[in-house]
Design a protein around this ligand. Structure first.
Ligand code: C5P
Length: 408
């Protein structure tokens, strides 16, 4: 995902304060620039003790600022000029001391000065704390972080785990890839703010015996991309996932299941607490009627075994027929006559919107092409009927959903 130009045209001021996590900021600069952003690095004196401006200049392609007296600026007002052109100021790492300085509105060195002088309404301040766990949990730091947020700043992380000091706990700076994902999401419009979305994704696995089962080629990529796009749009997201090997998108609550019945049992009690249900999962229509206790052996059998199948519950239809259903979006993975099948499904399941795609062209792939079908219209995504990567499609689908929720 880091190859996508999600930050094209964005200008980020990346501030480094003192901490061992400064070494991660070199990677962060790389990821930000690869995502299309221009990055202006500003460092405190303490940060320079951990990493040199030379490294960050080389990676960002811009001379680093370290002093409020920098004579390069014509008007000698680096603290004003730097933030005026920025879409965000990101402090990573943000040390305990630097956070305390921000809270106090200190302005005796360039980085805190520019944070104070930035135009708050159009240049948000984001801090990624990095410190020892005792420093992080100290009431002084917690008080400062709460005050910083009350003053309008945003806090990414911190994460937990092993720390450079050898201790383990909260206070690690988030990994560069996580900071990138959070920043991309942060800068996207919050069209689904306050909405709760329930999403199913991936295949199901219907066991035959303890080692075999019936499943399908669904990778879960589309559903996971939708979950990520929904979080980026400000929604609260619950993702019920079949067996897939995909990392959980940041900020998503994930519930793992194996079978269609488990997916049904997990989804149904949750459905009423959500505003939207998106059924992306490729749920097995049937499961073996009985589960063999032990592995079915080949030895000593003249004929291949046969299985009786029994029907799985239809999760989407069950949710759609609740007394007060969430806004339901179904998926139709077909191999032919997409519009016809999608319309039939729309009516059969009594749902307002169905997203058609061609199974063989989507399963396991990064790119896809969708057809949004409601009772009256059918609209391809992308609009020209071409292919796009699944996150781009998911974002467009969330825009469409937000517009439909407004009309509903
Ligand atoms: O019924 P069919 O499988 O053709 O419809 C596909 C849509 O219904 C998808 O949105 C899928 O997630 C959902 N579905 C379901 N439970 C099933 C079968 C399909 O929620 N048992």
């Amino acid at each position: 995902m880091s190859e996508r130009a999600d930050l094209l045209g964005r200008h980020i001021v990346l501030g480094l304060s003192g901490g061992i996590a400064c070494y991660k900021s070199a990677e962060l600069v790389r990821l930000l620039t690869k995502a299309g952003a221009t990055v202006q690095v500003v460092m405190t004196e303490a940060a320079e003790a951990f990493i040199t401006p030379v490294t960050l200049q080389a990676l960002s392609g811009r001379a680093v600022y370290t002093s409020q007296w920098d004579a390069r600026e014509g008007n000698n007002m680096a603290h004003i000029n730097l933030s005026r052109e920025a879409d965000a100021v990101l402090i990573a790492p943000a040390s305990a001391d630097f956070i305390a300085r921000l809270v106090q509105g200190r302005a005796d060195e360039l980085l805190s000065l520019l944070c104070l002088a930035r135009p708050r309404e159009r240049c948000p301040l984001v801090v990624a704390p990095a410190m020892n766990r005792e420093m992080w949990s100290h009431p002084a730091t917690q008080r400062n972080v709460a005050q910083l947020q009350a003053d309008g700043a945003h806090v990414f992380g911190p994460g937990d785990g092993e720390q450079a000091c050898g201790e383990t706990g909260d206070g690690r700076m988030l990994e560069p890839a996580d900071l990138l994902a959070d920043l991309i999401g942060f800068l996207r419009p919050k069209t689904l703010a306050g909405k709760r979305l329930l999403i199913t994704a991936g295949p199901t696995f219907e066991p035959i015996d303890p080692v075999r089962g019936i499943t399908n080629h669904s990778s879960g990529k589309m559903g996971f991309a939708i979950a990520r796009a929904a979080v980026e749009a400000g929604a609260q997201v619950t993702l019920v996932a079949g067996p897939v090997h995909l990392p959980t998108p940041r900020g998503v609550q994930r519930l793992d299941v194996m079978t269609a019945q488990q997916m049904f049992d997990t989804v149904l009690p949750q459905a009423a607490q959500h505003d939207v249900f998106i059924a992306t999962a490729a749920v097995a229509d049937w499961r073996p009627a009985t589960l063999a206790e032990h592995k079915i052996k080949k030895e000593g059998k003249k004929q291949a075994p046969t299985f009786e199948l029994t029907e799985n519950p239809d999760i989407l239809a069950a949710v759609a027929s609740l007394a007060r259903p969430p806004y339901c979006v179904g998926f139709a993975a077909e191999s032919e006559r997409l519009l016809e099948h999608a319309r039939a499904k729309l009516q059969r399941k009594r749902i307002p919107l169905i997203v058609g795609n061609l199974g063989p062209a989507t399963f396991g792939r990064d790119d896809n092409s969708l057809l949004l079908v409601d009772a009256d219209t059918a609209r391809p995504l992308p609009a020209d009927g071409s292919q796009a990567d699944k996150l781009t499609l998911a974002r467009a689908l969330m825009d469409e959903l937000a517009a439909r929720l407004l009309r509903a």
